[in-house]
Design a protein around this ligand. Structure first.
Ligand code: ADP
Ligand code: MG
Length: 240
């Protein structure tokens, strides 16, 4: 589904991504781990071109989306993204947060968008919050709404950037549960997280990044039980 070749990203003179190669298959759950500042967010943001790569190519469903002639808006609709800081629209009800893009961007009829939104609210366990405003929700509820909002665009892949890092500990589980269900339903996902138990349980593949490189990747049991690279060993010894 996604093929990344020799991806580089500079900010001015700083080289943040130093040649990333990765292939992601349909239905695969790739979990990216690594120390702060290693380039994980930059990598995710390059995938949907929130950041423009300096060098390298990203192919998505057969199209080279890094080609300047390519219409990235079309691709962005197929890539849902969930951030650490929920980014809900504060002045809109939960229902309007979820239906906004399907109606505005996809030109979906409002009743249809509302029906899809109601299904998604059921899926994330928040059917009773459709008329609430973000300020009336807990962090865990906000993040589940943010996931529902991304899913409302019927994306082909979901990108998660530390979706539970801003949450109080007791709310982490409810968000991870929603993500587990999504993975079990076959969604293609790329997840940056520090939740190692979740990574081991849900990841088809673990990618360890450090210093703008992929240092090691593989099956969760391999990477967690028998990390090969000293940097992976050092990182895991601190977080496990
Ligand atoms: P991670 O998500 O692994 O913590 P990031 O991708 O956020 O790492 O950041 C990697 C490095 O890139 C950091 O040193 C950060 O300061 C730098 N960086 C990220 N975004 C920008 C930007 N827009 N301009 C300049 N430097 C940036
Ligand atoms: Mg980050």
């Amino acid at each position: 589904m996604i093929k990344i070749t020799n991806l580089h990203k500079h900010f001015g003179k700083l080289e943040i991504l130093k040649g990333i190669d990765m292939e992601i298959a349909k239905g695969e759950v790739v979990v990216v781990i690594g120390p702060s500042g290693s380039g994980k967010s930059t990598f995710l943001r390059c995938l949907n071109l929130l950041e423009v790569p300096t060098k390298g190519t990203i192919e998505f469903e057969g199209a080279n989306i890094t080609d300047k002639k390519y219409n990235i808006n079309e691709t962005r609709e197929k890539m849902g993204m969930v951030f650490q800081q929920f980014n809900l629209f504060p002045h809109m009800s939960v229902m309007n947060n979820i239906t906004l893009s399907p109606v505005k961007v996809k030109k979906m009829a409002k009743p249809e968008a509302e029906k899809i939104a109601a299904d998604l609210l059921n899926q994330v366990g928040l059917a009773d919050k459709k008329d609430a405003y973000p300020s009336q929700l807990s962090g865990g509820q906000k993040q589940r709404i943010a996931i529902a909002r991304a899913l409302a665009m019927q994306p082909h892949v979901m990108l998660f950037d530390e979706p539970t890092s801003a949450l109080d500990p007791e709310m982490v589980g409810e968000v991870l549960d929603v993500m587990k269900h999504l993975a079990a339903a076959g969604m293609t996902m790329v997840i940056v997280t520090h939740e190692m138990g979740f990574a081991r349980e849900v990841g088809d593949r673990i990618v360890f990044m450090d210093g703008g490189f992929i240092v090691e990747e593989g099956d969760p049991n391999e990477v967690f039980n028998h990390p090969k690279h000293p940097r992976t060993q050092e990182f895991l010894s601190k977080v496990l």
